[in-house]
Write a protein that binds this ligand. Structure first.
Ligand code: COA
Length: 296
């Protein structure tokens, strides 16, 4: 009973455990990896795979030994098997002159996080992995902003993206002028401007969720400002929920300044559900404005 390097007679046992950890595993062994197993009465109850990585995020030395996989059969957990496997790799790494051991765990794997910490690993960096499917070739049509002359009903989902109250939307939906952002044939965003003398209001602005974060909202606002100021507006105003930190950043980056806060605007009487944004109850509204010289 104990930890030892994997033997060829362990292959089937190890593969069965590997599939529990990595269901898509093909069992192929990487020549750069070493597999240690924990064995009891001829049966493998856990394994640890490590390799020597040329470098690893958060580690200071290169190359660095790194835990690639660590698994203990469910009925054997919390009895020190995982610890024994990690100790064995530590001993081997230390004996070979290494001063660090790297590892990783999905941030959602609380057990693994707890076990790592308990065994003396310090958390270093957090990364988000990405994947782009290169088999799908989508022409990156440019976004064009243009006046919207169709039926506003087509834009209702975008207005609803910007405002949670159907009754409020009904009150201004048909007013003023609207510009839309199009990518190819698809409308991906809108901005509605309502003039009142020299003060123009950005009443509604939204970008479809899948296209957010690409600068389309800022392009729409810039277009709205161009339109308002060239038509003689002295100020352009806009309002948003004080709770919506993203929107506060958005308007200020575009040169808007805060004017005042109106409390309890987003209340059930006006058709607003009780919701939170960024963990803050949505209740109050902040007004922003920009003058011609304030523009970025
Ligand atoms: C992570 C894993 C390998 C740990 O194996 P194990 O044999 O249960 O670990 P040990 O019994 O040696 O425990 C080591 C330490 O981790 C901590 N730990 C283990 N399981 C834990 C749990 N469920 N909750 C909180 N802490 C836990 C314990 O505090 C323990 O320290 P202690 O004995 O001083 O209290 C095992 O839970 C496992 O196979 N999980 C599924 C696969 C996996 O997530 N692998 C890691 C991928 S990154």
């Amino acid at each position: 009973m104990g930890v030892r390097p994997m033997r060829s007679s362990d292959r089937q046992d190890v593969l069965a455990l590997r599939l529990l950890l990595w269901p898509d595993d093909d069992g192929g062994e990487d020549p750069g990896e070493t597999v240690l197993v924990w064995e009891q009465d001829g049966t493998v109850g856990g394994f640890l795979i490590y390799s020597l990585r040329p470098w690893a995020e958060g580690c200071e030395r290169r190359p660095v030994p790194y835990i690639e996989g660590w698994f203990v059969r469910e009925d054997l957990r919390r009895r020190g098997v995982g610890r024994a496997l990690v100790s064995a790799v530590e001993d081997r790494a230390r004996a070979a002159g290494f001063r660090e051991l790297g590892s990783d765990a999905p941030v959602a794997n609380r057990v693994s996080l707890a076990a790592h910490r308990r065994l003396g690993f310090e958390p270093t960096e957090k990364l988000q992995f990405f994947r782009k499917n290169l088999a799908v070739v989508e022409p990156q049509a440019t976004v064009v902003v243009e006046p919207f002359r169709g039926s506003r009903a087509e834009l209702l989902p975008l207005f609803e993206e910007a405002d949670d109250s159907a009754s409020e939307i009904r009150g201004y939906f048909e007013l003023g002028e609207v510009y839309v952002a199009r990518r190819g044939q698809q409308i991906v965003g809108h901005v509605q401007l309502i003039a009142s003398g020299e003060v123009w209001e950005v009443k509604s602005v939204a970008v479809v969720e899948s296209m957010q974060g690409q600068g389309i909202g800022a392009t729409l606002i810039r277009k709205a400002l161009d339109r308002a100021f060239s038509a003689g507006a002295a100020r352009v105003v806009a309002a948003t929920a004080t709770a919506d930190i993203g929107n506060l950043r958005f308007y200020q980056r575009l040169g808007f300044r805060m004017d005042r806060v109106e409390r309890d605007v987003f209340c059930p009487d006006r058709g607003y559900p009780n919701v939170e944004a960024d963990g803050i109850e949505v209740r109050d509204r902040v007004w922003f404005s920009i003058e011609v010289h304030g523009r970025h």
